[in-house]
Design a protein around this ligand. Structure first.
Ligand code: PAF
Length: 286
């Protein structure tokens, strides 16, 4: 039986607790988050609870992955509410460190991995430095928690690929578990940023997923070029939207497809501004 949830802010304390669990032969599942938890995160927690003896969730708004200071400042934070949600979903340990705990001022951040085009395309192109920031913090968190399994959502598809690459290149002994995107009843992908949408923006936000579904439907009969043009135009007909990119890529490399040669690996992905909020989504086409 799981009794309560322990909360730690210091690396030494969470390590001490996890060392005890390791000595007792327990398996550890880990869900790294930036808080402002929603049903998508809770699915990851639920899966970790089912598959491991101990589930650890981290809440840390990682400053070095924000290329836009306003986005960092406005990122929703609600630790108290998050703690309640985690407790009621069977999480055993919440690790919520301070910025100084993760990035001591005397330490210089460095990650000697070149992710090549993977960190330069799509999100990487529009958010320079973002994936380096993600990779640095995820490596630190994996070193602290030393989980058997770590859970990530497919909504952040490129992030998932960067993390898989990180783990494989540094030979970190953890299984990365990719989990399906969780959606609102109208199809909008769940995201902490959704709570920053106005009522009017929230009403139209589901059009992003509708456009992706149309891309999938049209892929049976139309060329990639025609579909992309249609989808961007269709979204931008609504003045609330500004499409940053909408691409059809090979899901193994995230490089753009120009012909339907690799249909079974095609993924449509998009980033769209809705007012001041930037939303991303993707859909496997086959
Ligand atoms: O997906 C997120 O919430 C963050 O990018 C992560 C993986 C917790 C790293 O800060």
């Amino acid at each position: 039986m799981r009794i309560g949830m322990k909360e730690f802010t210091l690396i030494s304390e969470v390590r001490e607790e996890l060392d005890k669990a390791l000595k007792n032969g327990k398996t550890i599942g880990f869900v790294p988050t930036m808080g402002a938890l929603h049903k998508g995160h809770l699915e990851l927690i639920g899966r970790s609870v089912r598959e491991n003896d101990i589930t650890v969730c981290s809440i840390f708004v990682n400053p070095i992955q924000f290329n836009n200071p306003e986005d960092l400042e406005k990122y929703p934070r609600n630790l108290k509410q998050d703690g309640k949600m985690l407790l009621s979903h069977g999480c055993d340990i919440l690790f919520a460190p301070s910025v100084a705990e993760i990035y001591p001022p005397e330490e210089k951040e460095d990650l000697k991995i070149d992710f090549g085009t993977l960190e330069q395309i799509l999100e990487g192109k529009f958010r320079p430095g973002h994936f380096r920031g993600v990779a640095i913090v995820v490596k630190k968190l994996l070193d602290i928690v030393k989980p058997d399994r770590a859970y990530f959502g497919k909504k952040d598809y490129q992030q998932l690929m960067i993390i898989s690459e990180l783990v494989s290149r540094l030979q970190i002994p953890v299984k990365i578990v990719a989990c399906e995107t969780v959606r609102e009843p109208d199809g909008l992908a769940m995201s902490s940023r959704n709570m920053r949408l106005t009522i009017g923006e929230r009403k139209v936000a589901a059009k992003i997923f509708e456009a992706l579904k149309q891309v999938k439907e049209r892929s049976a009969t139309q060329s990639i070029g025609v579909i992309k043009k249609w989808a961007i135009k269709h979204l931008q007909e609504n003045p609330a939207f500004r499409v940053e990119y909408l691409e059809i890529v090979d899901k193994r490399t995230l490089l753009p497809l120009t012909k339907w040669n690799n249909r079974q690996n095609a993924l449509a992905c998009t980033a769209v501004w809705l007012g001041n909020v930037r939303l991303i989504d993707n859909l496997e086409l086959f």
